[in-house]
Design a protein around this ligand. Sequence first.
Ligand SMILES: *Cc1c(COP(=O)(O)O)cnc(C)c1O
Length: 386
Amino acid sequence: MNISHIINELGEDRSLYFNAVAPPIVQTSNFAFDSFEAIRKAFEDENSAYLYSRGKNPTIDILRKKLAALDGAEDALVFNSGASAIYCAVIANVKSGDHIISVDKPYTWASRLFDNLLPRFGVTTTYIDGTDIEQFKAAIRPETSVIYLESPNSLTFELQDLKAVAELAKQHGIVTIIDNSYCTPINQQPLALGIDLSLQSATKYLGGHSDTVAGVLTGKEEMLQKIFNEQLLNNGSGISPFNAWLILRGLRTLPIRLAHVTKTTEKVIAYLKKHPKIERVIFPFDENFPQLELAHQQMKGACGLFTIVLKSDSYSQIEKFTYTLNHFLVAVSWGGHESLILPQAAAIGPVAFDPTIEKHRMARVYVGLEDPDYLIADLEQALAIL
Ligand SMILES: *Cc1c(COP(=O)(O)O)cnc(C)c1O
């Protein structure tokens, strides 16, 4: 389907709302019924009728249609956070005694689910670095029910061969789930490669303005219907109409924001790679990236998030450098208009900081929508203190 059609038209019937160009925020909890038969049908399948906004809502429906089409999926569900999308996708596919294979260091709240919550219900997880298909083969057990992927991850950007993992999983009847937040459907289409469920933190690129927390999950209608009924309705993790509207607004500019960031990031990275205080840059489309070939095979582009390794053995110098930057905020998250930096040292602390460990000198950088020369000049003056 044409992406301009999806983003500008699909799912929108303006004749229903005064020909308004922007869709309405249908800010209601409740919907009234004209007949016993209609309300009975809605009780039977809440995904088929407007009954109550914890489930189905017209504003959210427009977003679901667009997000499904962007991923080439039969259906999409939208959650109140990316973490909810992870939780519901995983919980729907495990039972007591099951086993999960996950890539190393997935998003924090995925690993907390695997390490803290699921073991209480008899579900165990094996972590693998995921760069070699043989690791997946070796980790599969008869009770493995889920393979959890994040490609690339958002600090060191390791990839998994999505097509190969999907094929292997199908042979064993294992459900594959991927966190596709980094690429978005614009740069990577996991379902077309055979992955069963694709999720994203819509807080990042889809929203794009750092003003909404949301998550999306796409896949086959049958699976999503099950997740809608068993998880989303039960734990009340659906998005609100207002936040759905903000994501709809963000979507209008998604392709142009990504196209812009792709160019500006290239320029910022080229500058940093030449700087004497930068040991290396980790970015999936960099010529030195170990999985560059796989990146080109399954990704159309990479976004504004990358990691730099600083040449400094001083915790306080790294802190000073960070706060000498005028146009990079020190914050988590990414995908908004504003540039960000997050040095690992901030979480490690001065006592544990050990410059002989490369990771301790890493800083994750996010290039926002600013002009690249504006950002480069800022980096230049701050790097001068190292
Ligand atoms: C932010 C993020 C999430 C979690 O999404 P929330 O919307 O913050 O709950 C999941 N995965 C990745 C890769 C993320 O960056």
